[in-house]
Every structure is written in structure tokens, then in C-alpha cells.
Ligand binder design. Sequence first.
Ligand code: ADP
Length: 218
Amino acid sequence: MGMDLVLLGPPGSGKGTQAAILSQKYRIPAISTGDVLRAQVEAGTPLGQRVKAYIDRGELVPDSLVVDLIQHRLSDPDTQQGFILDGFPRTVPQAQALDSMLAALDRPLDAVLYLQVDPQAVRERLGQRHRGDDLQGVIDHRLDVFLQQTAPLISYYQAQGKLKLIDGAQPPEAVAASIDEVIRPLAVPSFGEASFGHKPNVSQVVSDENTKENGSNA
Ligand code: ADP
């Protein structure tokens, strides 16, 4: 079994950058719904023609469409050792659909990494990008859509005990290091099993990380 991760965060929080780093490090595919949808638009497929208007306006494409897309993608053999989802789920119904997909495969998510960046910083970052939907009006709308439709996933995954907060305002390498700290304990094989533990609730003795404090955590 692999390392199954979700990257959550507002547009421009650096999900794509961190997904690429994680993908290299753990040799698992990074799956970006935005990239897949844009590729369809560029190829001029019927799906692409359908989703272009949503993307251009900064609206989310319909849940059923991205859920189908992800369901197909997760059945590809390269996801067996794990995956990183970037930009999915983005609504509560998408998260519920993902949960049931993964329950059927008996491989629940290992962690949801929430990249925290304040809205002003995000606006500045996106303003420097040159994607078709990175125009100021569309950016502002995407941020609203994030707050209304995606931000509820923070408490959704918090309730599952899966949410890990990451300071996304740091430089990319520092964000990657923060993620690493959160991920590494999950990747420790449990008692000789050559697998990533899906039940990491047994407390692990991690002595090297807290030596700067007083090391007295039993
Ligand atoms: P960003 O994180 O900067 O918004 P993405 O590439 O993740 O960039 O998304 C670009 C656009 O693709 C979104 O504004 C939306 O229209 C569409 N999209 C991507 N992922 C989803 C999703 N999970 N559900 C619905 N629409 C999506």
C-alpha cells in the first residue's frame, strides 16, 4: 500500500510546486485536475469544450465530471504505490465521493496537507503567473469560490483527523521541508511491514525532532 495524499489550499498556494516535489521524492504520481482539464481544453476534446467556459470564468466544473475523471485516473496501475491529489477534492461532495472510492479500494487517505497562505499573498502570486484564468477579476472570483466551496473541506478533514497545517507562505523549499516533517512519520514501515502504515495512531517515539525543547515528552 502506498502513500495517499491530498494537497489542499487556495489558488496560488503552491500546490502544484509541492505536488511535483513530493512526486519525485516518493515516486508516486501527482494528479492535478486543473492540468488534466486544461489538457482537454487544449486538445479541443468534447470534454475540453464543455469545461473551458467554467475555467475561463473561474467557476468549478461540475462535481460529477471531475469525480469521474479522478475515478478513472485512480484505477491506473501507477497509483498503486500512492498518489498526490492536487486540486481535488474542491467541494464537500467531491470529498465524499473520494472517500467512498478509496473505501472501496480499502486505502483511506494518509493525510491532507493544507497549504495556508493569506489571500493578499495569493493575489500577488497569481498576478505574476501568465495563465489564461489568472486575470485579476477571475483570480478574485476563484478566491471567493475557494472560500465558499473548498474551505469547508478544512473542517471536513479536521474531523477525520487527517488535516495537517503547513505554512505555505514560506519559500518553496521550506514548505517542502515542513511537509517532509509531517509525512516522514507516516512513511515509517510499521514493525517490519514493508508498507506505509495506514493506522499510524500508535504513538511513535520521535526523539530527534524535539531535542531543542526539553526532550521530556514521555
Ligand atoms: P488553481 O489552484 O490556481 O485554482 P487549478 O489548476 O487547480 O488552479 O484549477 C484551475 C481551474 O480548473 C479551476 O478554477 C476550475 O475551473 C477547474 N478545476 C480544477 N480542479 C477542479 C475540481 N476538483 N473541481 C472543479 N473544478 C476544478
